[in-house]
Design a protein around this ligand. Structure first.
Ligand SMILES: [Ca+2]
Ligand SMILES: [Ca+2]
Length: 256
């Protein structure tokens, strides 16, 4: 008596393998693999392109800011914050921005224009480089560091302080209120003297008349808010005496 052969069921794996070979021969599977490869390539390209754009935007943003981060306020930066940044080894620079009017010299037409003034401290910008255009619509040229003296300072008065026959220049920093005197000989600067640096920008030198008649210039000041007028009697570039002259209405301004 022979035993009958029992029917066997093909394994699931074998069936799957046969099905795969059949699909491969029919070309459907190759089409599917090609579609997957195409999708992966497209996603990789888009991701790479997005990363490049993100990097470019971040780089441009840092250059626009002049640093990696900015603390903005209408008050001076708290000293504790500056100290914490210094303790962490960070480089810092301060800026102050405000709108103003600029006027060309009379010999150049005297045109006025609304301008945006930005005063900066040493070290600015921390990232990137500034570009300067010397003439309107002219080429721009990259420069190292901040703009030179003269772009954030304005001449407040002129007078011969040391009596050498050459007019000397008094500069005032428009935001910090610092006042400097340049000892001049013709168009050459022989030296610079810091006259006022007390963080009181509302006191402004307005002219340098010879108040005491010794043949050398003295310095006349006016308070920008109260209109108070004071005079510094000078010995060369040193203040000998400061005296209150009078209070005038703030709408009146002493002229040079
Ligand atoms: Ca002089
Ligand atoms: Ca004098």
């Amino acid at each position: 008596m022979s035993s009958a052969t029992q029917p066997t069921h093909p394994s699931v794996w074998r069936l799957a393998w046969r099905q795969t070979l059949r699909d491969l021969r029919a070309g459907e599977l190759r089409l599917l693999v090609l579609a997957v490869m195409l999708a992966v390539a497209a996603l990789t390209a888009v991701s790479f392109f997005a990363d490049r754009i993100q990097g470019g935007i971040s780089r441009d943003a840092r250059q626009l800011l002049g640093g990696d981060a900015v603390v903005a306020s209408d008050q001076p930066t708290p000293a504790a914050l500056v100290d914490a940044a210094a303790a962490a080894g960070l480089r810092t620079a301060s800026t102050a921005s405000f709108p103003s009017m600029a006027r060309a010299p009379d010999e150049r037409g005297g045109a006025t224009r609304l301008v945006a003034v930005k005063a900066v401290t040493d070290g600015y910008p921390l990232r990137g480089r500034l570009q300067v255009r010397s003439v309107a619509d002219g080429p721009v040229a990259p420069v190292d560091g901040a703009p030179t003296l003269g772009s954030a300072w304005k001449i407040a008065a002129t007078g011969d302080f040391d009596g050498d026959g050459h007019a000397d220049l008094v500069w005032r920093h428009t935001t910090l209120g610092t006042v400097l005197a340049w000892r001049m000989e013709g168009s050459s600067r022989l030296g610079s003297v810091r006259l006022f640096d007390e963080g009181k920008p509302w006191w402004r030198p307005v002219s340098a008349p010879d108040i005491d008649g010794d043949g050398r210039a003295d310095l006349l000041w006016q308070h920008a808010v109260t209109g108070d007028v004071r005079v510094w009697r000078m010995n060369g570039f040193e203040r000998v005496e400061a005296a209150f002259v009078r209070r005038v209405h703030s709408s009146w301004r002493a002229l040079r």
